[in-house]
Design a protein around this ligand. Structure first.
Ligand code: TMO
Length: 317
């Protein structure tokens, strides 16, 4: 008996350093931050990465589309996504949180809107805008080779069923899906140069509002029922006869394993909280001032040094 006790004690002593070590490694495991394909999200990801690094965590960035990010988070390949927008991602986000596949790491104070948008000069050829009904009369103004005789609506690769809205509101438009934010701005810039009518997806907060005068189209006000109940709204037969939410939320998402660790990094993620102005500024550093994402993140932190305190839990500083 005495012998067995000694063996157990010895084994324990031998294992102890490994146990302690494993615990430390667990604390400072590499954090995989998911980056999407529009500017503010990438800059905010890098700001978040800098804050994690400040606490001693190794950080990696994992580029992903918004549709692939849910799988990456639920399988623990990605740990963090810092910009989940209500207008384009509420459906998947709410479902994944409800099913316990990902964790809601809390909201930013920023409010958001994602919607069809046009530069102000379009109002000359489409009187009645921003009321969506004006589009019924002027769709041919937005004709391109791709959509003729219908108008083209340029969208990004995010999860919004524009085709369903076009069908429900009986609009003569075809959706041209572009690959990322940069392609949208190329279309806007080219059209604006020769004042050609153009209508495209845009959002706020964004840098665009600081450079181009324009407006969102006002569709019928959003209500959740609009997306699930066909009899809701103007069209009794189809869902999606409404616009996207105004004053929408912006949230952070985490993987279960990241949240379960309850580490300094997860608690920091919960504290991270950007305002509209901070997000628009972060995007403008790249899209107006032409910095790299990394340079923009560093410049942003330099201009907002208090975040290294405010967004780091006291016991982790
Ligand atoms: C998700 N986004 C801000 C591009 O609409």
């Amino acid at each position: 008996m005495e012998f067995i006790k000694r063996v157990i004690a010895l084994v324990f002593l031998l294992l102890l350093p490994a146990l302690v070590n494993a615990n430390q490694n667990h604390e400072k495991k590499t954090i995989n931050i998911i980056t999407n394909n529009w500017t503010s999200q990438i800059v905010l990801s890098q700001v978040t990465g800098e804050i994690f690094k400040h606490m001693g965590y190794p950080v990696k960035y994992l580029p992903s589309s918004t549709s692939d990010q849910w799988g990456a988070l639920s399988h623990g390949l990605g740990d963090v996504q810092v910009e989940v927008w209500e207008g384009t991602m509420a459906g998947m986000f709410n479902r994944m949180v409800k099913e316990g596949q990902i964790v809601n790491a809390g909201p930013h104070s920023a409010t958001t809107r994602e919607e069809w948008w046009y530069p102000d000069y379009v109002e000359e050829v489409c009187p009645g805008l921003p009321d969506w009904r004006a589009l019924k009369e002027c769709s041919s103004q937005f004709q391109t080779e791709f959509s003729a005789p219908f108008g083209t609506y340029f969208s990004g690769p995010w999860e919004k069923p524009d085709a369903a809205r076009i069908r429900a509101l009986v609009l003569d438009f075809k959706v041209k899906v572009l690959k990322d934010g940069d392609e949208l701005w190329r279309v806007l810039k080219a059209a604006d140069k020769i004042k050609k009518p153009v209508i495209l997806f845009n959002w706020t907060p964004n840098w665009v509002e600081s450079v181009y005068a324009g407006k969102f189209v006002e569709f019928p006000d959003y209500e959740p029922d609009c997306e699930t109940n066909p009899s809701w709204g103007l069209n009794e037969a189809f869902t999606h006869d409404c616009g996207n939410p105004k004053g929408g939320w912006l949230k952070k998402a985490a993987s279960n394993q990241f949240a379960d660790s309850n580490s300094c990094a997860f608690r920091s993620l919960r504290l991270i909280n950007f305002t509209n102005r901070q997000i628009a500024t972060a995007a403008a550093l790249v899209d107006v001032d032409e910095m790299s994402y990394q340079e923009a993140a560093e410049a942003w932190i330099k201009a907002n040094p208090q975040v290294l305190k405010d967004w780091v839990p006291k016991d982790c500083r």
